[in-house]
Design a protein around this ligand. Structure first.
Ligand SMILES: [Zn+2]
Ligand SMILES: [Zn+2]
Length: 378
């Protein structure tokens, strides 16, 4: 697992570019005696074990893509490419799933049901993630999958501890793009312009009222503007200002009403100052909901395997997002967080210095094997 992980880590690839990563996975699976399936025009890889068994089929999923981050870990197997890094731990997810594949293959005759391995590209894309096209290409069929299990490295949980949750675990994440159109001109004569900068400022603060005044306080919503672009000089008012941000919600009905309210509010704030605004609202990943029964079974199996002190129920939902939610919309299953915090330190994923302890590999493989065992035993 260490060798697989180091080789993958050294050559990270961004979403939907995971061609070399796919080749490494195909090689590793072939080396284990499996027959991987690849797909034209899509970087996913799947493989199946114990196809002749009559028990339930469990699918295990790992993700393939890296992030546009320049690595600063100083690891001997650090990324060879500036501006690309496995900063979200997907290298560990892949190597742990390969490790689990090795253990399951060695014990194939003892499996009660088939196991499907899913190596999915483009988790980080946020809009055009890899789960939807993978499902469309039959990820959950041939053999028909009964349960899905996925895992993600996590800061905020001690190294070697597994975080679990029943029901909603991660929020839905949507992306909005706003263009405020005014009429630029001399900053000393604002009355002869329509000041897009002031309108944009009102939009940014005005959106927060959707959370504080239009949403039930017990129903979590996040609206964050992460990008503001406009202007070229301190004394010139620009024609346009562009804003981009994210909306995180948990309830589907709230997701829909927040989109509607956001569109209305932006339009009206702009109109009240004589400007216009366009809103593009791009739906990202839906809320991730863990099946309570499947989660109970997996938690019981992991408690047996790892011990109760290594299991922790999460305060959920958290407002990160994951396209594993799409598998969970189709099949029961559970998504787990794999703690990587060394004592006295909170790890930060997506950071240029993210360097999880290698013991996460063994730990991750053990979690996947124990989940299969539990779900097939029932
Ligand atoms: Zn990730
Ligand atoms: Zn990530």
């Amino acid at each position: 697992m260490r060798a697989w992980r180091a080789a993958i880590h050294q050559e990270p690839e961004l979403s939907n570019e995971e061609v070399r990563t796919r080749a490494k996975i195909v090689d590793a699976l072939t080396g284990l005696g499996l027959r991987p399936t690849t797909y034209p025009g899509f970087n996913g890889v799947s493989a199946a074990l114990a196809l002749d068994r009559s028990g339930p089929t469990v699918a295990l999923r790992a993700d393939l893509d890296a992030l546009p981050v320049t690595e600063e870990t100083g690891l001997p197997f650090a990324s060879r490419f500036p501006g690309r890094m496995h900063a979200c731990g997907h290298d560990v997810h892949m190597a742990a799933l390969l490790g689990a594949a090795a253990v399951l293959k060695r014990n194939e005759s003892r499996l009660r049901g088939p196991v499907k391995l899913l190596f999915q590209p483009a988790e980080e894309d946020g809009i055009d993630g890899g789960a939807a096209p993978f499902i469309a290409r039959g990820a959950l069929e041939r053999p028909h999958v009964d349960f899905v299990v996925g895992q993600h490295l996590a800061g905020g949980i001690p190294l070697g501890v597994v975080g679990w949750a029943k029901g909603p675990m991660m929020g839905a994440a949507d992306h909005f793009i706003i263009r405020v159109r005014g009429r630029g001109g001399h900053a000393g004569y604002p009355h002869r312009t329509v000041d897009a900068v002031v309108v944009a400022a009102e939009v940014i603060t005005g959106l927060q009222a959707l959370v504080s005044r239009l949403t039930d306080p017990t129903d979590p919503v996040v609206i964050s503007v992460g990008m503001v672009h406009g202007g070229t000089r301190h004394n010139v008012l620009p024609d346009t200002v562009d804003l981009e941000g994210t909306v995180r919600t948990v309830r589907p009905a709230t997701r829909a009403t927040t989109e509607k309210a956001l569109r209305r509010r932006v339009r009206h704030i702009a109109a009240s100052l004589g400007a216009r605004a366009t809103v593009k609202f791009l739906r990202g990943y839906p809320v991730l909901v863990n099946d309570p029964t499947a989660t109970d079974i997996v938690v019981r199996a992991l408690t047996e395997e790892l011990g109760g002190d290594r299991m922790v129920e999460l305060e959920a939902p958290v407002m990160g997002a994951e396209d594993f939610s799409l598998y969970l919309e189709k099949r029961p299953g559970t998504f787990l967080f794999l703690g990587v915090d060394p004592p006295g330190h909170t790890s930060s994923l997506h950071s240029a210095r993210f360097a999880p302890d290698e013991s996460a590999l063994v730990h991750g493989a053990a979690v996947l094997c124990a989940a299969v065992e539990g779900l097939q035993r029932g």
